[in-house]
Design a protein around this ligand. Structure first.
Ligand SMILES: Cc1ncc(COP(=O)(O)O)c(C=O)c1O
Length: 339
């Protein structure tokens, strides 16, 4: 695709050639279908439209320096979608079907995978929808699983840099025993207003405390949180945050680097004790945190004194990226290579 300015792609939707689809009807998954249409045709009483019976995933494919295409821990995305499906009564997409459809949609759209040098990647969006009609609040009896892809620009255009976050005490993203651990659209609808207010006030994203006590750290918008102190990687244990695959991998890399890992409740006050902190997720890998401001109390937690990312965050980030790009050995077997 010579017409693209690969280095200046936004994080947005760009039409590609094909998407792949599979329907669940009469209790089983059908054949994989290839479509060149961006439109889906569903019943107006579909459960995804009324009762939020839908879920999605997000991962990336990379064109690597050795010319190969790699996707990172795809089986984990399949497992998380299966967990979400159990949570809101949808049929589980088997891992083999998930992986086969992902490989297929990437191959079909190979010309849209940005070159390595651009820092851009191909974003993969799997989507599972309750398409069967219901008027009462019940699960659908038909489902559509679809995957589309779109090229997206690098998160850090001017190099790895810090961002500031805003604690929003007057909003909850998810309830302690609600759907926060699942990747369902309703959680994101619940975050739109807080996210807009944080952006309008000049912050990278909103930062949530636990919904019950407003005491412990939950998540940073659409990313998990970690803090570093005393050679330890500390990340929240909570029943209302999404289990991030990037965070799970960072914990392993921290152990590989000889650090300790703690998964536990993190009281807001503890923020002032961290030497470094970051938001972790597919979008940025690590977005290092400069400061976190509690918008209601006015309290500021300055994490980076010089405004720059800390050395451990940078080391973790580089190690992670090098594994994703096949530059360093993939000792944990995280990558799927598409030739
Ligand atoms: C709410 C939320 N938390 C955390 C993450 C990070 O998860 P992952 O590392 O699997 O992208 C995401 C992104 O998917 C998210 O939407």
């Amino acid at each position: 695709m010579d017409s693209f300015d690969w280095g200046n792609l936004p994080f947005g939707y760009i039409k590609t050639n094909y998407n792949v689809r599979c329907y669940w009807r009469n209790g089983e998954w059908g054949e994989i279908e290839v479509s060149s249409s961006e439109i889906i045709n569903i019943h107006m009483a579909a459960t995804c439209l009324h009762y939020g019976q839908e879920a999605f995933e997000g991962q990336k494919a990379f064109r690597c320096p050795d010319g190969k295409i790699r996707i990172f821990r795809i089986e984990e995305n399949a497992a998380r979608l299966q967990s979400t499906s159990r949570g809101i009564l949808m049929p589980e997409v088997p891992t083999e079907l998930f992986v086969e459809m992902t490989k297929k949609v990437i191959k079909l759209n190979e010309e849209f995978i940005p070159p390595y040098e651009s820092g851009a990647s191909l974003y993969i969006r799997p989507l599972l929808l309750g398409t069967g009609e219901q008027v009462g609040v019940h699960p659908a009896d038909e489902y559509l699983f679809l995957i589309f892809v779109t090229p997206v620009g690098p998160y850090f255009k001017g190099g790895f840099a810090t961002n500031d976050y805003a604690i929003v005490r007057n909003f909850d993203r998810a309830a302690p025993l609600g759907t926060g651990i699942y990747k369902v659209g309703g959680n994101y609808a619940a975050s739109l207003l807080a996210n807009k207010l944080a952006h309008d006030a000049g912050y990278a994203s909103e930062f949530y405390l636990d919904a019950k006590e407003k005491k412990y750290i939950d998540e940073c918008g659409a990313a998990n949180f970690f803090g570093i102190k005393n050679n330890t990687y500390v990340t929240p244990e909570s029943t209302s945050i999404l289990p991030s695959i990037t965070n799970m991998s960072m914990q392993q890399l921290a152990i590989d680097l000889g650090m300790k890992v703690e998964r536990r409740q993190i009281p807001e006050d503890e923020l002032e004790t961290f030497e470094e902190a970051g938001a972790v997720g597919t979008a940025a890998v690590i977005s290092p945190i400069g400061k976190i401001v509690d918008l209601q109390s006015g309290k500021e937690y300055v994490i980076s004194k010089d405004g720059k990312p800390g050395p451990i965050s940078e080391k973790l980030y580089n190690k992670f990226r090098n594994i994703q790009y096949g530059i360093e050995p993939d000792i944990h077997g995280w990558n799927t290579v598409i030739d």
